[in-house]
Write a protein that binds this ligand. Structure first.
Ligand code: GLY
Length: 354
């Protein structure tokens, strides 16, 4: 985390001249955050590619647009791609940079909470394909990730909540004390100093895990807690778009963090039923969810669609078993847990009838 953006940018760029620096951004970040970056680096407009924001943009076509931009601008292997945006952009831009001319360096400058604590950390890159989240991608670490919390001051509350779901996930897999801090933090009247500390601890939790298991062969799977159901819900909302209920403030589609929040509650239910996680944790988190995130909508007739999407999750080792990371205790995550359709249906019933 940095307090001096100017200094951090200059360090990241090193001795490169401005015509070797390329900027990828999205329309929101261009408006609210890019002016600070451009001012420091004295960049010309021709070096900037601005894409529309949103998960629907996380496509092969967008990746091709980035490659085309780099080709048209005569980028070389000495070039550096600065990615100023949210998680969709850091995932997609990281992939485009890492495959262009067999890989050019890139620097993440996340502008959303979700990207700061999760997407821009840990080197997962990629894009959605065939209706499946992050189906094509690779591990490729950025040269640097510059986290500058003042960017968050212009972020819509819903986007802040989206990132906060990942912070809650980190707390649940890290420790009871961190969970208390995250659940108690006042999201309606933010103390930015305390928030910056919470964000830094959340990043530390993720980095500690990623350092031990970069390519997700074991421990890193714990970061998938909440994501088996969460990704299925996100994909379901992208393709089915249920009518927005009174309880859900967001217009469709569902943001990643909202989907993860709902996935966390469903997977806490599974943790209680399969691993005897104390019920109190589920009750506390379900209450936090309904208070801040409203309730998701999905008719029972579509549970089979959700379960089918879970079956296609790339975290599975085979089509017949659906893989979960579940909690035995707060701070004690068990990876590679398999749940039956009946168990998953019960968890979905709990979630959709809160
Ligand atoms: N978002 C989970 C991970 O980076 O492993």
């Amino acid at each position: 985390m940095v307090t001096d953006l100017d200094l951090a940018l200059r360090n990241a760029v090193g001795l490169r001249k401005s015509n070797d620096i390329y900027v990828l951004t999205d329309d929101n970040s261009q408006k609210y955050c890019l002016p600070l970056v451009r001012q420091t680096l004295e960049l010309a407009d021709s070096h900037i590619l601005c894409l529309p924001h949103g998960e629907e943009q996380k496509t092969l076509a967008s990746v091709e647009t980035i490659w085309q931009f780099l080709i048209n601008q005569h980028a070389t292997r000495r070039s550096l791609l600065l990615i100023v945006g949210g998680g969709v952009l850091t995932d997609m831009g990281g992939f485009a940079a890492s495959t262009f001319k067999r890989g050019i360096p890139y620097v993440n400058i996340p502008t959303t909470l979700l990207a700061m604590v999760d997407a821009a950390q840990g080197g997962k890159t990629g894009f959605d394909y065939c209706g499946l989240k992050n189906e094509i991608g690779m591990f490729a670490s950025p040269k640097d990730t510059i986290v500058y919390p003042p960017f968050l001051k212009t972020l819509p509350h819903e986007q802040l909540l989206s990132g906060y779901a990942e912070m809650l996930k980190h707390a649940l897999i890290a420790s009871p004390l961190e969970l208390i801090h995250v659940l108690a933090f006042n999201l309606d009247d933010i103390d930015w100093e305390i928030f910056a500390e919470l964000i830094q601890r959340s990043i530390d939790i993720k980095q500690y895990i990623v350092e031990q298991d970069t390519e997700e062969t074991g421990l890193r799977k714990s970061l998938n807690f909440g994501h088996t159901v969460g990704h299925a819900l996100e994909e379901y909302y992208l393709s089915h778009r249920p009518e927005p209920g009174n309880d859900r403030p967001a217009a469709s589609p569902l943001t990643h963090g909202y989907a993860v929040m709902y996935g966390i509650v469903a997977e806490l239910y599974l943790s209680v039923s399969k691993l005897s996680l104390p019920q109190q944790t589920l009750t506390q988190v379900a209450h936090f969810m309904t208070e801040h995130y409203g309730k998701p909508v999905c008719p029972c007739k579509d549970y089979s669609v959700l379960i089918d999407l879970m079956r296609h999750d790339k975290k599975n080792n085979s089509d017949s078993e659906i893989n979960f990371s579940l909690l035995r205790q707060v701070g004690n995550c068990r990876i590679d847990q398999h749940c039956s359709e009946q168990e998953i249906t019960e968890a979905l019933d709990f979630l959709f009838n809160l």
